[in-house]
Design a protein around this ligand. Structure first.
Ligand code: ADP
Length: 402
């Protein structure tokens, strides 16, 4: 069974075609600069042949067409006919209270997704356009929405409710929805396989650390808390996002810095975080380089990051009455040995100890990449995330349940 996974952003559309019998990616690609001019990059992973070309893409419809043409192409393609694709799985960032599990695309599901525009105004319209684009080109192919927030739907009310007027919260659907759920789910499930106990008894903390970062507490296979909140601005310091700050800073700055109320969100998303503190960059590699040059603000930004990770691990261990394993994933989690080492330093009280040598060589250690000191109670894993595979698996499961 072939499943196409589509991740539609405002000006881009990423895709991967899976052969689900082997869970193997046959081809992948990216349509970018949609509604600007249009460029397609496509790779046939069976042959390694890569196609790059400019294609006029006034909307997601043309991008979808370009994707299908590439998949069907005699030289670069991997399928003979569009009907070879059994279903399409769409990555959806926010399902709100309306969509909390992988859902077949129907008129009703689209109406529910439209309601999410208010909660994720940047992501939902492109998702809808991506779905429309696929529908225009492949009207008879079933489609499934795989929602990033759904893995967090199990968070108990006391952890997902913000302590504001409950009626206001309910009226505006304000609660902790979290983010990166598909990634947290993948690495938590992988990790659970490496623990010598039934999933129901596992206590895992997953650290998805990239440009955007979130940390989740996963008890018995279910999320009980996560660091991102109503929006992906909450939690630890990120590339250019501030993470959780005293909410009183917002009105204070509106008044004192003359930042208009409608610009403060943009400021917190784009001018803060590692970038704002270091004054150098939102990319942690640049921050490291600046630290090496003696930049004290860069050092401070780094210290805020590792301290923030440590605090979440401490509080989530408390929330779960212990922890069996800590997982690092995404750009920073998978690649930055310093962040892993420093955030877990001085945690012997919890039974956490990272082996310096294993941590350094993590990228060359095969799965399960366990970087904890032998015999310590809490295992520490580095697990590359694979959100597309989860989307493909969910899509297949929904299709088979029909
Ligand atoms: P996104 O949230 O945009 O998907 P990524 O998961 O790609 O982000 O993570 C981006 C972050 O990962 C950047 O801060 C970058 O510095 C860091 N990163 C990526 N590769 C490496 C590497 N090889 N070593 C250290 N950090 C890395």
């Amino acid at each position: 069974m072939f499943i196409l996974v589509v991740n539609a952003g405002s000006s881009s559309l990423k895709y991967q075609l899976f052969d689900m019998d082997k869970e193997e990616v046959l081809a992948k690609g990216l349509c970018e600069r949609i509604a600007i001019d249009g460029k397609l990059t496509h790779t046939n992973l069976l042959t390694g042949e890569k196609l790059t070309k400019e294609v006029d893409m006034p909307s997601h419809n043309e991008a979808t067409r370009a994707m299908i043409d590439a998949l069907l192409d005699e030289k670069y393609g991997v399928i003979k006919d569009m009907s070879d694709i059994s279903a399409i799985g769409h990555r959806v960032v926010q399902g709100g209270p309306w969509i909390t599990k992988p859902t077949l695309v129907t008129d009703e599901a689209i109406e529910d997704l439209k309601k999410c525009v208010v909660l994720a105004p940047l992501h939902t319209p492109p998702h809808l356009q991506g779905i429309e684009g696929c529908k225009a080109v492949m009207p008879n192919t079933p489609m499934v929405l795989v929602i990033d927030t759904s893995f967090h739907a199990t968070i108990p009310d006391y952890a997902s409710t913000f302590p504001i007027d409950i009626n206001v919260a309910r009226k505006h659907y304000i609660k902790r929805y979290g983010a990166h759920g598909t990634s947290h789910r993948f690495v938590a499930q992988e990790c659970a396989k490496y623990l010598d106990k039934p999933v129901e008894e596992t206590k895992i903390i997953t650290c998805h650390l990239g440009n955007g970062s979130s940390i989740s507490a996963v008890k018995g296979g279910k999320v009980v808390d996560t660091s991102m909140g109503f929006t992906p601005l909450d939690g630890i310091i990120m590339g250019s996002r501030c993470g959780a700050i005293d909410p009183a800073i917002v009105p204070y700055l509106i008044e004192r810095e003359n930042i208009p109320a409608d610009k403060i969100g943009d400021w917190m998303n784009k001018k803060c975080g590692l970038l704002g503190v270091s004054g150098v960059s939102s990319d942690l590699r640049d921050v490291h380089a600046a630290i090496a040059q003696g930049n004290e603000d860069a050092k401070l930004a780094y210290e805020i990051l590792v301290y923030g990770i440590k605090k979440f691990i401490g509080s989530y261990s408390a929330a779960m009455n212990g922890v069996d394993a800590i997982v690092f994933t995404a750009g920073i989690g998978e690649n930055d040995e310093d962040v892993r080492f420093d955030s877990l330093k001085d945690m012997d009280y919890l039974g956490v100890k990272v082996d310096a040598e294993k941590n350094k060589n993590a990228r060359s250690i095969p799965a399960p990449c366990d970087i904890s000191v032998d015999g310590t109670p809490v295992r520490v894993f580095v697990i590359p995330t694979n959100e597309e595979l989860v989307i493909a698996r969910d899509t297949k499961a929904v299709l088979e349940a029909q």
